[in-house]
Design a protein around this ligand. Structure first.
Ligand code: AMP
Ligand code: GLY
Length: 423
């Protein structure tokens, strides 16, 4: 079958790498891909905000399945347009994508279904939000309601920071996304993520991971899209995963169906685990990046039939096989990231890494006549497998050391929690 994959990041390189291994695949089209995906499929210069153009492309190229990587096209209703044209799509409808697109929407689902999450207030003006924060005190968490490219959340340790974050939101720092604000109780514990493939009714557990959001070693400095990740997440043992399923994800699936918005696609539960159990921090309606890279590295099953089963609503009875190995990704970013950075520097040495326990997934790169240049903030995801977290960590950093890219940097401690548990 022909498949169209939408997206340009490390997540999409990892998905393309896995899809390309499927015996079911004829041609993989990628809109628009990056320097790492050129050999895995045909790059299509499609404007994915133009839904009619995507539908026409699928009809012209006999595409049987569209896989949507990032959240923006989903929140924008691309899946609805494809469904109307009777083209199979992996990814939720516009309504169901509100699980990521609106914090208040998700909080309301949690209220209705009695799902454990942080206590919160929802505000449409600064005065009420400020009054609530004054009364609750710090630490406290301020969230712009809508999509804000990962920048809409302020974990405020002091009252002044919380009040400033509220003013930022209502003064338009995040555009329409900040017109409504959710103020949340500050949760403590260990953060981890759990992924589910969903077909509207069934939610198939699809791996666990932990990521490192801060730019600096020791989880310090400003937030980023993610500087590294590993899978599985030791804190999510079998019993804890079962609690996430029973207390959080199954009630969400039921709640969404009751609301007339059955959830289809990948549900990414961001969780806080403490001695009382799991609490939902947030949902995303797409794979995490770099989390997707470590998941694809560990997945033994063919991904294509699973994605198709989600799209067609027949996931019940399907299963996924995983390697017992750990997988760990070290993100290499352009110097300056997450602030201003330069583009266009040349990356060398990638061809020397031919070990099948290592994959370098590209994010912000371009390939011109075989020369790889950096075009983005997060540029490479150096991903390794190993029998333990320590082994995967060591292998990934050995690969990093062989990459010749003076304009890049990475953290030196990805996976520290999992490595520390082993020693
Ligand atoms: P988000 O952009 O929603 O993924 O949030 C970014 C990060 O903020 C999360 O990964 C958590 O580390 C942190 N965070 C969000 N909500 C809370 C909360 N209620 N308590 C503590 N930390 C939080
Ligand atoms: N790595 C975090 C995310 O994809 O949202």
């Amino acid at each position: 079958m022909n498949i169209l994959l939408i997206g340009t990041g490390g997540r999409e390189h990892a998905l393309a790498w896995k899809i390309a291994q499927s015996p079911l695949l004829e041609t993989l089209f990628i809109a628009t891909g990056n320097g790492g995906t050129t050999e895995l499929g045909v790059h299509a210069d499609l404007d994915t905000t133009d839904h009619q153009a995507v539908v026409s492309f699928c009809n012209l190229k006999s595409v049987e399945l569209v896989v949507v990587g990032p959240e923006a096209p989903l929140v924008d209703g691309l899946s609805d347009s494809l469904n109307q044209a009777e083209i199979n799509v992996f990814g939720p409808s516009k309504n169901a994508a509100q699980l990521e697109g609106s914090k208040q929407f998700t909080k309301a689902v949690c209220d209705r279904m009695n799902i454990p999450t942080a206590v919160y207030g929802h505000f449409t003006n600064a005065a009420d939000a400020r009054a609530y924060v004054q009364q609750q005190g710090a630490p406290i968490v301020i969230k712009a309601d809508g999509l804000a490219a990962g920048k809409g959340v302020t974990v405020a340790m002091y009252l002044d920071d919380a009040l400033a974050a509220i003013d930022d939101c209502f003064e338009g720092a995040f555009g329409d996304a900040g017109a409504e604000v959710v103020v949340e109780q500050f949760l403590t514990g260990e953060e981890a993520s759990m992924f589910f493939l969903c077909d509207g009714t069934t939610a198939l557990p699809f791996g666990t991971a932990q990521d490192h959001k801060r730019v600096g070693d020791g989880d310090t400095g400003p937030n980023t899209g993610g500087m590294g990740a590993y899978s599985p997440a030791p804190v999510l043992d079998e019993a804890m995963q079962q609690r996430v399923i029973n207390e959080i994800v199954n009630p969400t699936m039921i709640g969404m169906t009751r609301a007339g918005m059955p959830f289809q696609g990948v549900l990414y539960a961001g969780l806080m685990i403490d001695d009382q159990g799991p609490k939902l921090i947030e949902y995303n309606v797409r794979f995490g990046d770099p989390e997707c890279q470590v998941l694809m590295m560990r997945l033994d099953s063919d991904l294509v039939p699973l994605l198709m089963a989600c799209a067609k609503g027949d996931l019940a009875g399907q299963s996924a096989d995983w390697s017992q190995d750990f997988a760990l990704t070290v993100v290499m970013a352009a110097l300056g990231y997450p602030g201003a950075y330069e583009k266009g520097s040349v990356i060398k040495g990638l061809e020397l890494l031919d070990d099948n326990l290592i994959q370098v997934f590209h994010a912000g790169t371009a390939s011109t006549n075989g020369v790889i240049t950096a075009t983005g903030g997060r540029v490479l995801g150096v991903t390794a497998r190993g029998g333990s977290a320590s082994q995967a960590h060591q292998r990934a950093y050995q690969a990093v050391a062989r990459i010749d890219w003076p304009n890049g940097f990475c953290r030196s401690d990805i996976g520290w929690r999992a490595v520390a548990r082993e020693t």
